[in-house]
Design a protein around this ligand. Structure first.
Ligand code: PLP
Length: 377
């Protein structure tokens, strides 16, 4: 089997960074106390937990009690959607607005709510992959319980005008949630400035452990618990806290926020170089807005090609990227994101996503471009 030498699939997951690893180590071995125990070993864990919570809160610009540690982006998204739906239903509000290009961690819970009688509006996006604020304005009704729109898309990297969308929601007194799993660490983020009531983050996209994440929920949000059980996290998320994971997550959040500008400065020229070079290849079409996209993201379709085949050919050369199609139950389903921006099924199936991290080097980018030329010319 070939080795992956060049990793360009950081939107799928990231390696654990040295600073996160170092921060977690003491809590994996000697610091194993349960944060709910009242003796010294437990109290130490509780202190670490509180510190991690304050660090995340300070970084996001909110209060500690507004942070709930979760098992990742999927749980954070599910919690936000189901809690807002439950609160809405209690006051007769059974309408939720989202976009057509959300992650399945949002779309699937909404499908369930739809089966249970909620009305779901899925806002279209233009061919650039961006939601139009005027479409949101027009879709809001008196019974809208929640608007949930991602800060940046995981496939095409397009950045949504979150602060404006949040402002529109607040003018109508509607809760606004943003999935910032892909955006955080790539664009500066402060929950107050973004006008969000809830925000989802995932640790493993930020060089922390898989199975870690958080949900910011403003104290004004009527948030029912997602999981019932113990009284951990103020009763809002039962279950013994994963101290090592949480400490690592907080370190990743701190680091990512502090280095957002530096990371963008490093990645933008690399992104531009890839876009320029891949645009010259036969049948190339850039997916998503040319400029309003994450510095780390490039997504191309290549007419007449099969994305999965390109991924496998690159894999043989030691390069990891992903394709825009998900292989589900033996059939290649075209991505709902790519079809939403107007790609035909064939175009959607011919896509390749490159997602970089701060560890991506210019030499790696050169080798990736050379590999694409070798495969396609
Ligand atoms: N939301 C977005 C935009 C994502 O890209 C992902 C993961 O790919 C998730 C949610 C789910 O996050 P997790 O893998 O931490 O459950």
């Amino acid at each position: 089997m070939s080795e992956t030498r060049i990793y360009l699939d950081n939107a799928a997951t990231t390696r654990i960074s040295d600073n996160v690893f170092e921060a977690m180590l003491p809590w994996l071995k000697e610091g194993y106390g349960n944060a709910s125990s009242i003796y010294a070993l437990g109290r130490k864990s509780a202190i670490a937990l509180n510190k991690a919570r304050s660090l995340c809160a300070e970084t996001l610009g909110c209060e500690s009690r507004e942070i709930i540690f979760t098992s990742g982006g999927t749980e954070s998204d599910n919690h936000a959607v189901f809690a807002a739906a439950r609160a809405g239903a209690m006051t007769g509000k059974r309408h939720i607005i989202t976009s057509a290009i959300e992650h399945h961690a949002i779309l699937r819970p909404l499908e369930r709510l739809e089966r249970e009688g909620f009305r779901i509006t899925r806002l279209p996006v233009g061919t650039n992959g961006i939601v139009r604020p005027e479409d949101l304005q027009a879709a809001l009704t008196d019974d809208t319980a929640l608007v949930t729109i991602m800060a940046a898309n995981n496939e095409i990297g397009t950045i949504q005008p979150v602060a404006r969308l949040g402002e529109i929601c607040h003018e109508r007194g509607v809760l606004f949630h943003a999935d910032a799993v892909q955006a955080f660490g790539n664009i500066p983020m402060n929950v107050r400035k973004m006008n969000v009531d809830m925000l989802s983050l995932s640790g493993h996209k930020l060089h922390a452990m898989k199975g870690t994440g958080l949900l910011y929920a403003a104290k004004s949000v009527p948030l029912s618990p997602f999981m019932e059980g113990g009284a951990q996290q103020g009763g809002r998320r039962a279950g013994t806290e994963n101290i090592a994971g949480i400490v690592g997550l907080a370190e990743a959040v701190r680091y990512a926020a502090e280095h957002t500008g530096e990371k963008a400065a490093h990645l933008l020229p690399l992104r531009e170089r890839i876009i320029e070079e891949l645009s010259a290849l036969p049948g190339a079409r850039l997916n998503g807005d040319r400029d309003t996209r994450l510095p780390s993201n490039i997504n191309f379709s290549f007419a007449g090609q099969e994305g999965e085949t390109l991924v496998l050919k690159l894999d043989l050369l030691g390069i990891a990227v992903s394709s825009g199609s998900a292989c589900a139950s033996g059939s290649l389903d075209p991505s709902h994101v790519l079809t939403a921006i107007g790609c035909t099924h064939d175009e959607a199936r011919s896509s390749v996503r490159v997602s970089m991290s701060e560890y991506t080097t210019a030499a790696e980018v050169d080798e990736f471009i050379a590999a694409m030329r070798k495969i396609l010319l």
